[in-house]
Design a protein around this ligand. Structure first.
Ligand code: 4AD
Ligand code: MG
Length: 479
């Protein structure tokens, strides 16, 4: 008999035809004569209630505990209780896999997120993580949709790379050299000519440089892949392995880049509102419960759904770094020395406390900051005429801080070369990148959206470790 998914069973009318449902038991309760089993198969956040009466043997029923997997054949009936949902009156039940209640870590009660992180292999089976990962899928799909509808080509950029895109040097080495007897060259350095690729290689921090090569022929491209950063930041916003979406558009300037970024984020939030309603409603309620335990002044003003609508309905504020700097320097928390990092000198990078002040207190909407000081940005960003700032943009979101980083690219060969020299990036390492400025160079722009930061925003979760199935962070690569 063909299996029916619970999502579809719940939407069906009661009937006399037999249906087969399979799933994992969330809870079982009942009396001697009748048991009620809440069954979930991941197709929806909603459980179906299975009613097992006397016709189901004691021997079968006693094997059914939270976490067990079962296959049930029965008929769909109208629920006796409140609401108008369908439930399954069981004709027969087969236990597929038991879950011993003395061993099974998930009990039918609320577990802390920390506990569930330690049980990341099982946390998919909770309502919260079921909702998060269905939404994560929906967002993946929506991203491909968004770009496909606009004529972008998806390009797969390499994961192992010989160049450092962001120039921050926070890379994971990829090597097959013997770690005990590492070959050393005449200069006393590791002899990478003997390594697998005959040169030093790392896991990529970004697919941008390669995406630019594709954009300068295909016109509009995007990458969507894993990226790796060996920065030792143990925060709720950083992962060592995260996914990034990087569009790159030939002939586009920074204004068009910002338009694309806003369009995309609005599209994604509105896609979630339309297509992930049940999961969002669940997460919204969960968040409101959490808010109740917070101090009044720390509570969020908007619900999750309101926050998503707010993004879809409002233009993002666009200001330059220098304007933001002035606002921050004259702000109350700066004057009262409430910021951990005080804003005094033009040129310093903003911290997340500053970004959140601008978004949450000052403008109360997403903010795009442009034209950052050149010294705090990467070598490939287009130099402005002032010689001090570059055509960069960061999109800042409430509760998140930076969600997107992007720029117009330096398309002038001489300016790019001199920037690389200033930043001590050897030309021979990026000879191919420089070629693109030698042959048919054009203005072009792009950005990188941190996928997990997007999922944080859309799900309302507070820690980035909870929106990727198996997080990689300092001292943590379990599973
Ligand atoms: O600002 P970033 O470093 O920009 C780039 O990598 C550019 N090459 C992008 C481009 O122009 N094509 O990173 C882009 C975004 C950030 O805004 C942030 O959302 C996310 O990637 N991100 C991280 N997310 C999780 N963990 C980390 N350690 C992250 N580092 C950056
Ligand atoms: Mg950035």
């Amino acid at each position: 008999m063909k299996r029916t998914e619970i999502k579809h069973a719940l939407a069906q009318e009661a009937g006399t035809d037999l249906v087969n449902l399979k799933g994992w038991v969330r809870t079982k309760r009942g009396s001697k004569n009748v048991s009620f089993i809440a069954l979930n198969d991941g197709s929806t956040i909603n459980n179906i209630q299975v009613v097992a009466e006397n016709n189901i043997s004691e021997d079968v029923l006693k094997c059914i505990h939270t976490g067990a997997s079962i296959s049930v054949v029965g008929t769909l009936v109208q629920s006796q209780g409140s609401g108008q949902t369908t439930e399954l009156l069981a004709s027969s039940i087969e236990v597929l896999g038991e879950a011993n209640p003395d061993d099974y870590p998930l009990q039918p009660k609320k577990h802390s997120l920390e506990f569930l992180r330690e049980n990341a292999h099982l946390r998919f089976r909770t309502n919260t993580f079921g909702a998060i990962f269905r939404i994560r899928h929906a967002m993946t799909f929506a991203i491909h949709n968004f770009f496909n509808e606009r004529g972008f080509s998806n390009v797969h950029t390499p994961i192992i790379t010989g160049s450092d895109c962001e120039g921050a040097g926070e890379m994971f080495a990829v090597s097959t050299l013997n770690k005990v007897n590492t070959p050393i060259n005449d200069d006393g350095e590791v002899d990478y000519t003997q390594d697998f690729f005959g040169k030093e290689t790392n896991l990529t921090v970004s697919g941008q440089l390669e995406a630019e090569m594709a954009a300068l022929a295909l016109g509009k491209v995007y990458t969507f892949g894993p990226t790796f950063r060996a920065e030792n930041s143990n925060t709720s916003r950083h992962l060592a392995e995260f996914w990034m979406i990087e569009p790159e558009v030939a002939f586009a300037d920074l204004n068009e880049d910002m338009d694309l970024a806003q369009d995309m984020l609005q599209y994604l939030c509105s896609y979630a509102l339309t297509n992930c309603k049940d999961d969002l409603d669940f997460l919204d309620k969960r968040l409101q419960e959490e808010e109740k335990h917070k101090k009044k002044e720390e509570r969020q003003e908007m619900s999750l759904i309101e926050k998503l609508k707010f993004v879809t309905e409002n233009d993002f504020e666009r200001i330059t770094y220098t304007e933001a700097f002035d606002i921050l320097r004259n702000s109350k928390p700066n004057k009262k020395k409430k910021f951990n990092y005080l804003i005094n000198e033009w040129g310093a990078d903003f911290q997340s406390e500053h970004e959140r002040y601008l978004v949450e207190k000052k403008f109360k909407k997403p903010v795009i900051i442009t034209d950052y000081p050149k010294d705090i940005k990467a070598f490939y960003m287009r130099m402005n005429d002032d010689g001090k700032t570059v055509r960069a943009m960061d999109v800042l979101f409430p509760g998140i801080g930076e969600i997107i980083g992007g720029s117009q690219r330096e398309e002038r060969l001489d300016v790019l070369k001199s920037r690389m020299e200033d930043m001590q990036i050897p030309e021979h390492e990026l000879w191919w990148y420089l070629d693109s400025r030698k042959f048919g160079t054009v203005p072009h722009s792009g950005f990188g959206l941190g996928f997990e930061r997007l999922i944080l925003f859309v799900t309302g979760m507070g820690n980035i470790r909870d929106v990727i199935p198996f997080p990689r962070t300092p001292n943590n690569a379990d599973f």
